[in-house]
Design a protein. Structure first.
Length: 354
């Protein structure tokens, strides 16, 4: 009796296992192939065709921010007994810069044509209506001599893109948001213990290294300078280059803006050099390192510099003197000996150059 009961239990277990396997096999949906590429939506899609060659010029947008990127896609489809040469886009572009290039592999279609696609990530350099110039594709039949009747060219038409900025046209319209109240942080000792453990390991490693292989340390005299000393030296160097007298206004404002941004990082520990003007001004809204008056003064100065650098704005002599005076005055009014910068490496490099 007990043996029959055990046999019935074993049979029920096998049937349940088989039923569960069938449910898993037929009840689960098949997943799509992970290699299938999703199509991109294009705001501009212009086709061209000549002889055995078909070309499409595509853009993912007709408008882009000055700090953003736009995708340009060039696709060429040609008969298999021909070959096509894509244009040198980097040499043709004047108002854009190529940030990245994706060269997809050639595809053989069902009608025995070869398709090749290039995708460019473009960064705008100027404001307003910017042009992607006409592009020329060369094609010829494989094995035919150069300049034979079985070769030719296809030239596209220019495409225009509107480049805009989110910065206000009127510097006085910039409004600094109020700083949020201070929120008390809860004590968390996890990272403290991690740092203590790492510190102990480093100390042990240094101690063992000194005992096993003592080395004669080369004494280097460290050189420290305050942030305003570095800034005043840079401003003096800019003035000696006579960029304004040579009409090189864009280069003058780039160096003046970089000098003030580097001073802000050294003096207030705000990472201004690596950020765009828009990103820096957004960070400045919530920072209490500067007063509201200094924030508005910096916003006006950086906006004016961007107009000269990117919008080809022609500054007057009064505006140039005002910008230089503002930079010198800002450094003078905010200078402090609290933060000193190690300039040993830069000083040694200058000595080697001299």
């Amino acid at each position: 009796m007990i043996q029959q009961l055990n046999e019935h239990r074993l049979l029920c277990t096998l049937l349940c296992t088989l039923l569960f396997g069938l449910i898993c096999l037929f009840g689960c949906d098949k997943q799509p192939n992970g290699n299938t590429a999703l199509p991109m939506d294009y705001a501009v899609d212009v086709p061209y065709e000549k002889g055995p060659l078909s070309v499409r010029v595509r853009l993912n947008a007709e408008q882009v921010k000055l700090s953003g990127l736009i995708t340009l896609e060039l696709s060429a489809t040609i008969e298999s007994d021909y070959e096509v040469q894509f244009p040198a886009v980097s040499e043709t572009l004047k108002q854009f810069r190529i940030r990245s290039l994706d060269d997809q592999s050639k595809i053989l279609s069902e009608d025995n044509n070869i398709e090749e696609i290039y995708q460019y990530q473009l960064e705008p350099l100027e404001l307003g209506q910017c042009e992607i110039p006409a592009l020329t594709f060369n094609f010829e039949q494989k094995g035919s001599p150069e300049a034979s009747p079985k070769s030719g060219t296809l030239t596209t038409e220019p495409v225009w893109v509107e480049v805009v900025t989110s910065l206000p046209a009127d510097p006085n319209a910039f409004v600094i948001a109020d700083i949020d109240d201070v929120v008390e942080m809860k004590a968390n000792y996890f990272w403290l213990w991690i740092c203590l453990g790492v510190g102990c390991l480093l100390a042990m490693g240094v101690g063992i290294g000194m005992v096993i292989k003592p080395k004669k340390a080369i004494e280097i005299r460290r050189i420290y300078k305050s942030a305003h000393e570095i800034a005043f030296e840079a401003l003096s160097s800019i003035g000696k280059e006579n960029l304004v007298e040579q009409g090189r206004f864009k280069e003058f404002y780039e160096k003046l803006s970089n000098c003030l941004r580097q001073y802000i990082e050294n003096r207030f520990q705000l990472h201004a050099p690596e950020q765009t003007t828009e990103e820096f001004l957004e960070q400045l809204k919530t920072s209490d390192a500067l007063t509201l008056g200094y924030k508005q003064e910096l916003q006006k100065f950086l906006t004016h510099c961007d107009l000269v650098k990117f919008a080809r704005y022609q500054p007057s002599p009064e505006q140039i003197n005002e910008s230089l005076t503002m930079a010198e005055g800002f450094v003078e009014k905010t200078k402090s000996e609290e933060h000193r910068i190690d300039v040993t490496a830069s000083q040694q490099a200058e000595r080697q150059v001299v």
